[in-house]
Design a protein around this ligand. Structure first.
Ligand code: ADP
Ligand code: MG
Length: 265
C-alpha cells in the first residue's frame, strides 16, 4: 500500500528554551490520504502549530518522519499553502496583488495573465468579486480571511494547511466561511489539515478528526466523519452530529486531564 499523501509518523519534537528542552510532540501520528481533509484538535499549547511548521518543512522533527507525496520533508516546501488565524495581508497591495504574492516567490508555469485570471476566479469563488482592487483594511475580518484562503490556493499547493483560520471570527461569519470552504474544496480539490479548537467546525469540514493529547502531544484519538455529513448547518443539530461532538468533547477533556474515564463505546 502506498503512503498517504500527508504522513506524519512517530514525530517527536522539543523546543530548546533557556530553561531547558520543552517537549512538545511525542510520537505523533497523523496521516491524510490524497484529497482528504483532516481536522486536528487538542488543548491550547499542545503543539498544533508546531505540527504545521513541521509539515511545511520550516522545522525538522527530533525524531520521526514527515512525508508529503511520497517524499521525505527535509526543508521548506513551496508546494504547501498556508493560512493562519491572522491573515497577514500586505496593506500596500490590493487584494488581487495580495492573492498573487506567492507566485512572485515560488516558480509558476502560469503566464501573468493566467495567474491574474486564476486569482480573479478564486476571489469570485469565495464571494469577493468586485473587491479585487480594494486594500485589506477596506475589508471585514471574514473577507480578509477569504482573501487569505485564495492566496494559500493560488499556486495549486499539493497540501493546504489551515491553522485556526476562522478562530478570530464571530460565529455567523465563521459559519459562512465553513460553507465557502465546502464550495472551494469541490472546485479546487486539495489535501489538507485544519487546526481548529471548534469541534463543530471539525466535523463540518473534515473527513477525519485527530484529537491530540496534552503536551507533549501524541495522537490520542481519531474519528472518521461519515462522507454524508454533517455537510450543511442543519445537520450539525442532528442526533448523529451531537453524538460525534460528545465523543470529541469527552476526548478533549481527557486530553486536558479533566477526565480519566475511557471514551464511551
Ligand atoms: N519557537 C519556540 N520556542 C520555544 N517554545 C515554543 C516555540 N514555539 C512554541 N513554543 C511552545 O511550544 C508549545 C506548543 O506550541 P504550539 O505548537 O504553538 O501550540 P498550539 O498551536 O497547540 O497552541 C507551547 O507551550 C509554546 O509556548
Ligand atoms: Mg497554535
Amino acid at each position: 500500500m502506498s503512503r498517504p499523501l500527508i504522513d506524519i509518523a512517530g514525530v517527536t519534537h522539543a523546543y530548546q528554551t533557556q530553561t531547558g528542552p520543552l517537549p512538545v510532540l511525542d510520537g505523533l501520528d497523523v496521516s491524510v490520504p490524497e484529497g482528504g481533509f483532516a481536522a486536528v484538535v487538542g488543548p491550547s499549547g499542545c503543539g498544533k502549530s508546531t505540527l504545521t511548521k513541521l509539515v511545511a518543512g520550516l522545522m525538522k522533527p527530533d525524531h520521526g518522519e514527515v512525508w508529503l507525496h511520497g517524499e521525505r520533508v527535509k526543508g521548506p516546501r513551496s508546494t504547501v499553502g498556508m493560512a493562519f488565524q491572522n491573515p497577514v495581508l500586505l496593506e500596500w497591495r490590493t487584494i488581487l496583488k495580495n492573492v498573487l504574492l506567492p507566485l512572485e516567490i515560488v516558480p509558476t508555469k502560469l503566464s501573468r495573465q493566467e495567474a491574474e485570471d486564476r486569482a480573479r476566479h478564486l476571489l469570485a469563488l469565495v464571494g469577493l468579486e468586485g473587491f479585487e482592487e480594494k486594500r485589506p483594511s477596506e475589508l471585514s475580518g471574514g473577507m480578509r480571511q477569504r482573501a487569505s484562503l485564495c492566496r494559500a490556493l493560488i499556486h495549486q499547493p499539493e497540501v493546504l494547511i489551515l491553522d485556526e483560520p476562522f478562530g478570530a471570527l464571530d460565529a455567523f461569519t465563521r459559519e459562512d466561511l465553513w460553507q465557502i470552504m465546502h464550495k472551494v474544496k469541490e472546485e479546487e480539490p486539495f489535501t489538507g489539515v485544519l487546526i481548529t479548537h471548534d469541534l463543530r467546525e471539525s466535523i463540518f469540514l473534515a473527513d477525519e478528526v485527530f484529537v491530540l493529547s496534552g503536551r507533549p502531544a501524541h495522537t490520542q484519538f481519531r474519528m472518521k466523519v461519515p462522507s454524508e455529513g454533517p455537510r450543511d448547518l442543519d445537520h450539525l443539530y442532528t442526533p448523529e452530529a451531537a453524538e460525534m461532538l460528545n465523543t470529541l468533547r469527552h476526548q478533549i477533556e481527557i486530553a486536558q486531564g479533566r477526565s480519566a474515564e475511557p471514551a464511551p463505546a
